[in-house]
Design a protein around this ligand. Structure first.
Ligand SMILES: NC(=O)c1ccc[n+]([C@@H]2O[C@H](COP(=O)([O-])OP(=O)(O)OC[C@H]3O[C@@H](n4cnc5c(N)ncnc54)[C@H](OP(=O)(O)O)[C@@H]3O)[C@@H](O)[C@H]2O)c1
Length: 253
């Protein structure tokens, strides 16, 4: 018997980075099926080729119909969805508030905020009906502290933390738990993109607190953050609801 034996899981952003590491771990530890969601087919199919339990689904989490239909298809096939790891997000531009375009703000919120809301909205009824479910949302140090040049991304992660607590407070006694994980820097495509954004920033380099790796002096690997996500998805976290597990190498001490 392994930790996720027989579980049916959805991992948004499951084709790359932390999401792919979560999907691989769920599969390795016995999940019946791990549905990996993303907008691009190629990374999803690449992971599915290496791991037969990872099922690719091209779903834009900001598209309500797409989310509703994808959850319905999974439930039609398996009768349930047990686990949801909301890892999909975009970082948006690296510019000060006065130069941040409204269109970018909307784009970031559509994935990071509305996407997290929509997947919870459409998975929760099935989890509640079955009396079991675990959801983990990807928050960030950026959703706990105010960092410069990321008003869209940072505030979207504050919203993810808030939504996690809102939804957690509505559940719990019914067997459904909702928590979030807050990484610091993690060695993924997103980290590379943000660092490129800092390099291109006009008017000098960002303040030290943004680039700081905390006590560890290195970014996390995706697998290290996936461990924290999978702990909260597992029954070992059975009394943990509404928590924010920082996995930031001590960055926010
Ligand atoms: N890397 C870090 O330093 C860091 C730090 C703190 C928090 N985080 C958080 O950790 C999570 C995972 O990020 P990561 O570092 O693993 O970055 P990543 O490799 O860029 O992964 C993000 C994933 O989200 C997917 N995605 C983006 N928009 C989507 C949409 N609208 N619908 C469906 N999927 C979408 C992307 O695939 P497509 O482009 O194909 O859709 C991609 O697979 C994110 O929530 C991020 O905010 C990361």
């Amino acid at each position: 018997m392994t930790r996720f034996s027989g579980r049916v899981a959805i991992v948004t952003g499951g084709g790359t980075g932390i999401g792919a590491a979560v999907a691989r771990q769920l599969s390795r530890e016995g999940a019946e099926a791990v549905y990996i969601w993303g907008r691009r087919k190629a990374p999803l199919e690449a992971l599915a080729r290496c791991d037969a339990r990872c099922m690719p689904m091209t779903v834009d989490v900001g598209d309500e119909n797409a989310v509703q239909n994808a959850v319905a298809a999974i439930v039609a096939r398996h009768g349930r969805v047990d686990l949801l790891a909301n890892m999909a997000a975009i970082s948006g531009p690296c510019v000060p508030t006065e130069r941040y375009a409204m269109a970018d703000f909307e784009r970031v919120y559509r994935t990071n905020v509305f996407g997290t809301f929509l997947t919870m909205k459409y998975c929760l009824p099935h989890m509640q009906r079955n009396g079991f479910g675990a959801i983990v949302n990807a928050c960030s140090c950026s959703g706990m502290r105010g960092y410069a040049n990321e008003i869209g991304y940072g505030s979207s992660k504050f919203a993810v933390l808030g939504m996690t607590r809102n939804a957690a407070s509505e559940n719990g006694r019914n067997g459904v738990r909702i928590n979030c994980v807050s990484p610091g820097w993690v060695d993924t495509d997103m980290m590379d993109e943000v660092l490129r954004g800092y390099e291109a920033l006009e008017g000098g380099s960002p303040c030290k607190s943004e680039l700081d790796h905390g006590t560890m002096d290195r970014p996390a690997t995706p697998d290290e953050v996936a461990e924290a996500v999978c702990f909260l998805l597992s029954d070992a976290a059975g009394y943990i609801n509404g928590a924010n597990l920082t996995c930031d190498g001590g960055k926010t001490l």
